[in-house]
Design a protein around this ligand. Structure first.
Ligand SMILES: CC(C)(COP(=O)(O)OP(=O)(O)OC[C@H]1O[C@@H](n2cnc3c(N)ncnc32)[C@H](O)[C@@H]1OP(=O)(O)O)[C@@H](O)C(=O)NCCC(=O)NCCS
Length: 200
């Protein structure tokens, strides 16, 4: 799978990406945002995950590349539920020097556009720790709304933290499509714009 946004391209993860994934996930700052506590993973563990993913149809694991084709982040589409047309999504820009420059927005919009308009999904859900303001801002910007709070769902450094449950529906995405098209290279309407996806 290969998708093109304005600033990023998204492709299926490959075995040579695994050391990067280990580096990103083991970064204590990133670990706090995606796991709640510093994540410790190893190459061996990531290789096992990689092998498992090849046999599973309920997970998509993707690498985000910048304009120069340099891998800068990771995205996972999990709990793929084709009957109810919904998925859960997680992401990280692992190279922190790229934070705050629109790469996350571009990558997320590109993948969401693909999920809704190519694969026919209707709902994307995310879970965010209350203190992760950057990620909450990113999701809100794209139209995700808060749907609930898992109170004290995270135990961190001896205190409990709420987990915010957010969701985006296809109909809301389509309504905002023109506005979002200005941010990222998605077509402003059905049938408009360049082709943005190729399968391989
Ligand atoms: C969250 C993450 C994916 C966002 O990617 P990014 O490339 O930095 O995001 P963007 O630059 O596209 O957009 C970030 C938005 O947050 C805003 N922002 C930045 N720091 C912020 C802060 N401390 N508080 C609130 N908003 C903030 C930016 O201004 C921008 O909004 P704007 O376009 O309206 O100005 C990235 O920072 C990351 O990987 N963080 C660590 C892992 C993580 O948190 N993953 C999500 C788990 S739910």
């Amino acid at each position: 799978m290969h998708l093109e946004g304005k600033k990023t391209s998204i492709r299926t993860i490959a075995r040579p990406d695994l050391p990067l994934l280990v580096k990103w996930k083991n970064d204590p700052v990133i670990g706090e945002m995606v796991c709640g506590n510093p994540v410790i993973t190893t190459l061996e563990l990531e290789e096992k995950r990689f092998e498992r993913q090849l046999e599973e149809y309920s997970v998509l694991r993707l690498i985000i590349e910048n304009e120069k084709g340099v891998p800068i982040g990771f995205m996972s589409v999990t709990e793929i539920d084709k009957f109810n047309r919904k998925v859960e999504l997680g992401m990280l820009i692992g190279e922190k020097k790229y934070w705050g420059q629109g790469y996350g927005t571009d990558a997320l919009l590109t993948v969401i556009n693909y999920l809704f308009n190519k694969l026919g999904f209707n709902r994307v859900g995310v879970e965010v720790f209350r203190y992760n303001e950057r990620a909450r801002r990113l999701y809100e910007k794209l139209g995700f709304v808060q749907e609930g709070v898992q109170r004290e769902g995270l135990y961190k450094n001896g205190t409990y933290v709420d987990i915010i449950l957010m969701g985006l529906l296809k109909k809301d995405f389509l309504q905002r499509r023109k506005e979002l098209a200005a941010i990222v290279g998605i077509p402003a309407g059905p049938g408009e714009g360049k082709k943005h996806e190729s399968q391989n």
